[in-house]
Design a protein around this ligand. Sequence first.
Ligand SMILES: Cc1cc2nc3c(=O)[nH]c(=O)nc-3n(C[C@H](O)[C@H](O)[C@H](O)COP(=O)(O)O)c2cc1C
Length: 389
Amino acid sequence: MAESPSLGTLSLPIPVFLAPMAGVTNSAYRRLCREQAELGSGGIRPAGVFTCEMITARGVAERINKTFAMMAPDSGDTIMSVQLYGTDPETLARAIAVACGERGVTHVDLNFGCPVPKVTRKGGGGVLPWKLDRFEAILRAAVQAAQPYDVPVTFKTRIGLDDEHVTMYDAARLAEECGIAAITLHARTVEQAYAGKARWEAIAALVNATSVPIIGNGDIWEAADALRMREETGCAGVAIGRGALGRPWLFRDLAAAMVGGQAGIPTLPTCGQVCAMVRRHAELLVEHFHDERHAMSDLRKHMAWYFKGFHVGGDLRQQLGMVASLTHLDDLLAQLDPNEPFPARELHAPRGRQGSPRTKVTMPYGWLDSRTMDGRDLGPDDMDAVSGG
Ligand SMILES: Cc1cc2nc3c(=O)[nH]c(=O)nc-3n(C[C@H](O)[C@H](O)[C@H](O)COP(=O)(O)O)c2cc1C
C-alpha cells in the first residue's frame, strides 16, 4: 500500500477527502463531516481534507462578494481547501494569489473532471486535459502562483473524455513535470458521467504509471470500500462524494478505519440521532448564509438523503422538503419516531446522482482534431458556478 500523501507542506495523517460537490460542500456541510471525522480519528488532526464546492476562478480573481461568500471557511478547520474552475491560466493564477494571499486558502484543487455540458461546451472541466498545451500552461501558472504561499496544488480529473480519448496518463505526466502535489481520479470517463460502476482498475493503472500520489474516487459507500480501494489500487488516499450525502457520520467510520486499518461496525444512528444531525446542519447553514430562509432552502435537498429508508410518511417527507424556518423544522422533526433504528438495507447502496451515460460528450467544435489549442480562443470563463462536476 502506498504511503499517505503529505500534500506538499500539509501533513495528512488521515488521507481521506470529502470530494467537492457543488451546492453541497459549503462550510456548514464540511464542518459536519469534519466534526464526525475528528470523533473517529482519536484526536488525530487534520482528520481529512474537506473541500469547498467548485468556485469559479474568475469570481475570485475579480473579488466578487458572492464568490467569496461561497468559499467561506469552516473556521475550525486547519486546512482550507478550495476547488477552482477555470480555463485561462492567467485568471487562475490571479485567483490563486487572491485566495491564498487574502482569503486564507491552504490547498487549491483544480477542476478537470466536470462533465456538465455548460462547462465542457466551452472546453472546461473534463474535456480540458485533451488540450495538452493549455492544460500544461494552467498547471504551471497555478503551481507558480501558489508557491509564495507554500500552498499545494492538486487537480481532480477523470479517465478521459471516453474510452477512445483517454487523458489521465498525459495529465499525470504533466502533473509530475509541473509540481502538482496529488491527483484525484474519479474513475469514470466524462461520457460515463455518473453511470455504471467506477472503474477502480483505472486508479490502479494510474498509480503504477506515475510518482504523483493518486487519490482514488468513485463508489465508496462505506468505510470498508475505502480500505478495499486502497488495497486493490495502491492509491495514496480516497475521496468520497455521494456516499456522504445525508451521512456525514461516514467520515467517523472512515477516519477510524484509516487509523485502525480495519473497518469496524458502521455507525448506525437512530432516527432521533439523524434528527439531531439535521438540526445541527440547519444551524450551521444559518451561520453560513446569515439568513434563515436561504439556509432552509439549502437544507431541503438534504432531507431525502438524511431520511432515505426511514419510515417517513409521504406527507411529512413532502413538508420536510419545503421546510421554511428553524421552528418549522423542529415541528416536523418532532413528528418522527426518535427510536426507529437505522435502515441497514441502505448500507452499501448507491445514493445521489447516477443516471445514464451521455450519448455524446459536448465540446467545442473540432475539439478532438488535435491535442493543442492551435490559436483557439475559449473566451472568458463564466463568473457563476455550475452545479457540479
Ligand atoms: C451533487 C454533486 C456535485 C458535484 N460537484 C462537483 C464539483 O463541484 N467538483 C468536482 O470536481 N466534482 C463534483 N462532483 C463529483 C464528485 O466530487 C465525485 O467525483 C463523484 O460524485 C464520484 O465520487 P462518489 O462516487 O464518491 O460520489 C459532484 C458530484 C455530485 C453528486
